[in-house]
Design a protein around this ligand. Structure first.
Ligand code: GTP
Ligand code: MG
Length: 138
């Protein structure tokens, strides 16, 4: 079975949406295999978001992500990488379909970065790389 990295971002954590996100993951049938609450370092975020380095939203994204606590969760289940992306919905919370986490709970805050509640790995390669950053012990 596959593993994916889910992050409840600072907006999701501070709005008290962690339980709701975990509830949806478990209701879908995925298992929580590791969980940690932390304020990420810029070094971790530069590694995590390496693919976005140089893009205009990179600086604001890193700043936003280390502005508060984040809940890092390793999840497990058949095709959970694609499945969680589907639960999360489109990147832009205004456009995300109702029924998805971002569609039901997110909206545009007019920030330089899209505060869209959650992150989920986008491929098996990303999942492996990201899990090694957030859960080196796994
Ligand atoms: P993650 O699951 O967080 O990785 O989101 P994603 O895969 O849907 O988006 P992507 O990896 O392309 O971008 C990472 C994060 O950067 C997004 O979740 C947003 O917070 C932010 N972001 C991405 N694209 C844009 C953009 O065009 N404008 C702004 N302002 N923020 C963006
Ligand atoms: Mg992404």
């Amino acid at each position: 079975t596959e593993r994916s990295l889910v992050l409840v971002k600072p907006d999701g954590y501070s709005r008290g949406l962690t339980g709701e996100v975990l509830r949806r993951i478990e209701a879908k049938g995925y298992r929580l295999v590791a969980l940690q609450i932390l304020t990420p370092t810029t070094d971790m975020l530069h590694r995590h978001y390496a693919e976005h380095e140089g893009k205009p939203f990179f600086g604001p994204l890193v700043e936003f992500m280390c502005s508060g606590r984040v809940v890092a969760v390793a999840i497990e289940g058949e095709r959970c990488i694609e499945g969680f992306r589907s639960l999360a919905g489109a990147t832009d919370p205004t456009k995300a379909a109702p029924g998805s986490i971002r569609g039901d709970l997110g909206r545009d805050w007019g920030l330089a970065v899209q505060a869209n509640i959650v992150h989920g790995s986008d491929s098996p390669e990303s999942a492996e790389r990201e899990l090694a950053i957030w859960f080196p012990e796994l």
